[in-house]
Design a protein around this ligand. Sequence first.
Ligand code: PFF
Length: 456
Amino acid sequence: MEEQKRSQFSGKIGFVLAAAGSAVGLGNIWRFPYLAAKYGGGSFLLVYIIFVLTIGFTIMITELAIGRKSRLGPTKAYGALDSKWNFVGIIGAIVAFIIFPYYCVIGGWIIKYAWVFISGAGAAAATDTYFTEFAAQPVETVVLQMIFVIATGIIVAFGVQKGIEKVSKIMMPILIVLSIIIAIFVCMQPGAMDGVKYFLLPSLQNFSFQGCLGALGQMFYSLSLAMGIMIAYGSYLPQQESLESSVAQIEIFDTVIALLAGFMIIPAVFVYSGGDPAALGKGVGLMFINLPKVFNTMQFGSIIGALFFVMVLFAALTSTISLLEATVSSACDSFKWSRKKAVIILCVVSIIIGIPSALSFGVLADFQIFGMDFFSFCDFISNSVLMPIGALLTCVFVGYILDTQIIIDEIEGGELHNHPFKRKKIYVVLLKYIAPIAILAILVSSILEGMGVIAF
Ligand code: PFF
């Protein structure tokens, strides 16, 4: 089962930084603060952290163990354990392959904004129409998306240690330092403390069942679960390293960056809007319309804006690296392609699939699938439909079909047997009962939401 020359991370630090690089991304920076502000600040944070430590822990350690046990990418890993269940890993790889092109479209926008702020033209980006006019331009957005795909491809082509690990070891420490600097600077602005309070203090009146589902969905997206990524990265993890403590470190990293993003974004928007949480906006509007306005009014705003977009660029790049790696490792294992061949073919296809996504904000805005533009449709089908289906099937497979002890043995270190699994009992309960019910709830609610039956 084990391939002779499979690459490995050089050790735990490289692995944890690469996996945290995957986890820390746009989800932490624009989605987490928005959801926390919407669903009751401290109450949302508490529920989110509980989900990370329970269901998130369970799914992440299971995926890493499947990857390390099989030493195969997602499209082959499940099949190595039970050939009838191979399709579950294929779903994961498909999710990664759908997300990668449109995530690179946003990556392209970030390159643009980082450049605008670095070149000192940040004030131009603070006008109401700047973003919509820019995103509607066909040539610039497609070229920037291509640049982002190619940059990701070059790093992945260098391989696990010389590419992914090396870049993560440089970018992740810079990212954390920049996040701390920006968060401290923003929190020192006059009036910022009201935003901090809004972010941290629980507000039961804004909290709801929908808030819980929002926290759960966010947790899956933020930790890059059910997308084949943790299987691919687990397959490169040296046998002597502890899965349990690696998962804890990845989760701490991801949650700390999400919290720091909350400390930058919520107080910044509060100061700018005079305390109106509605000014936070959502997703694209928050990052590309509201924040440039905030930076424009702040002292040293152009420097902070430049640092912010460089930080976001690193966060997005380490995430796209993992998305591409999930599909590259699959293509290498399933079709026996060399790494370089897999990178070239998958990047070319991704650039082509990314074009309609890049054009969804301009010339193709009226091209609708189930009432969604192409970009939103890719997001919906991958995150709201396939991702929960893959996660649910993983729980069913490992909890009921496979002998769960096989995965527990891997968590305990396989033949080395060097890592007692401290949370074994609770893991089994979460895997078999709690996680599947929670995932089913996300699946139903996100499909209803996507179809416009309910609104979140
Ligand atoms: N986890 C990343 C984030 O929070 O933005 C994004 C991401 C990376 C999503 C990889 C999906 C993925 F497969």
